[in-house]
Design a binder for this molecule. Structure first.
Ligand code: SF4
Length: 359
């Protein structure tokens, strides 16, 4: 397929996602209006949201100009990019591309209310997800590989990203959920600053692979309301082999401690929605390759026992998983039950169990 054809196909899928999203919310009777999809329509905070009375963390920083300063500080780092632990050192501002496949051009695959996230993030209106293209990880089983392993996505301006955030709020979403955000953290903070000035009041969910730098997380202190990191690997060798990430457990565990320091344990409000805190995801893998036992033990020994842990059973072999026979199948019921037993053994009290619908 020619590049122009691929781009127009992606553009078509992207526009469909937006339209479907609007339809889904409307169909569920939430606060959707037919918001303009163009880049210049003013959107106000007038729509009712499930977060009435909630004050997101970033608002105080925005009001005293600190959010813009943080965004600018992150932006400068793209000159010798070290936004993530890969530390490529490329000049993204001059158009060089990092290992995440990103230049400084902002590339977004889609944005829409997402009803497949954790219940506490979904509510009635869905989680307002924004999917960025490119990724610093190289997970051989990535279900989003078509967007994570490419830079062939629509380029948008930061002001358009701010519009997307406001549209998601207008649709009645419970939060703004930035997926694989770190290589575009400077853009996200600039957009957030614009959107906050125009009435954005939703919690910000930072949905990451967990492999983060502490000095970048420091810039997000007081910006992010909910950290939603993976803790994928209990062994460094597995992190390198299946995700291409060096020192995954050490780097991620330091990051999780910092995230917890910033936002604390995730507790649902009276309406069941979580608006602040740390929510960890762990994907149980076939043949114990993720070393789930080590992951759960570390969480139990280093974070409060009531730390939110989503123990995911949904693994399915996609992308290049067929090249690795040990992960080229679904999880068995026994493997998932074993993981749940470990969580219980280590005294974790806030573990979300997933159904295994294929049995
Ligand atoms: S964000 Fe991208 S360019 Fe920057 S260090 Fe990470 S992989 Fe490299």
């Amino acid at each position: 397929m020619a590049q122009s054809e691929r781009q127009s196909r992606r553009r078509f899928i992207y526009e469909c996602a937006v339209l479907i999203a609007g339809g889904m919310v409307g169909g569920l009777g939430c606060n959707s209006r037919s918001a303009s999809r163009t880049g210049s329509s003013p959107l106000s905070a007038g729509a009712e949201t499930p977060n009435a009375g909630f004050r997101p963390a970033y608002l105080a920083l925005h009001e005293r100009g600190e959010l813009k300063r943080r965004a600018d500080a992150l932006w400068e780092r793209m000159e010798r990019c070290n936004l993530c632990p890969r530390e490529c050192g490329v000049n993204r501002l001059a158009g060089e591309r990092g290992q995440c496949r990103a230049t400084s051009d902002l590339i977004v695959s889609s944005y829409h209310p997402h009803f497949g996230e954790e219940d506490e993030l979904v509510g009635r209106g869905g989680s307002g997800t924004i999917f960025f293209c490119g990724c610093a990880s190289r997970c051989v089983f990535c279900i989003n590989w078509e967007i994570s392993q490419t830079s062939d996505c629509p380029v948008i301006h930061v002001a358009r990203l701010a519009e997307m955030m406001l549209e998601l709020q207008q649709m009645g979403c419970a939060n703004i959920n930035v997926v694989t955000p770190t290589h575009f953290a400077p853009h996200i903070l600039r957009a957030l600053d614009i959107a906050a000035a125009r009435g954005l009041r939703l919690p910000l969910v930072y949905n990451t692979c967990g492999w983060e730098r502490l000095d970048v997380l420091a810039q997000l202190d007081g910006v992010v309301d909910i950290y939603l990191p993976d803790h994928k690997w209990g062994d460094a060798a597995a992190g390198l082999k299946y995700s291409g990430l060096r020192d995954y457990p050490d780097t991620t565990q330091r990051a999780l401690l910092e995230m917890h320091r910033q936002v604390g344990v995730a507790k649902p409000s009276a309406d069941g929605l979580i608006r602040r805190g740390l929510m960890i995801r762990h994907l149980v893998m076939p043949n114990r390759v993720a070393n789930t036992r080590a992951v759960l033990k570390w969480i139990a020994e280093n974070l409060p026992r009531d730390t939110y842990v989503n123990l995911m059973s949904q693994y399915r072999p996609t992308y290049r998983a067929h090249e690795y026979p040990e992960i080229n199948r679904r999880l068995t019921r026994a493997e998932y039950a074993e993981a749940l037993d470990w969580a219980q053994e280590f005294g974790l009290t806030n573990v979300r169990e997933q159904p295994m619908p294929w049995f």
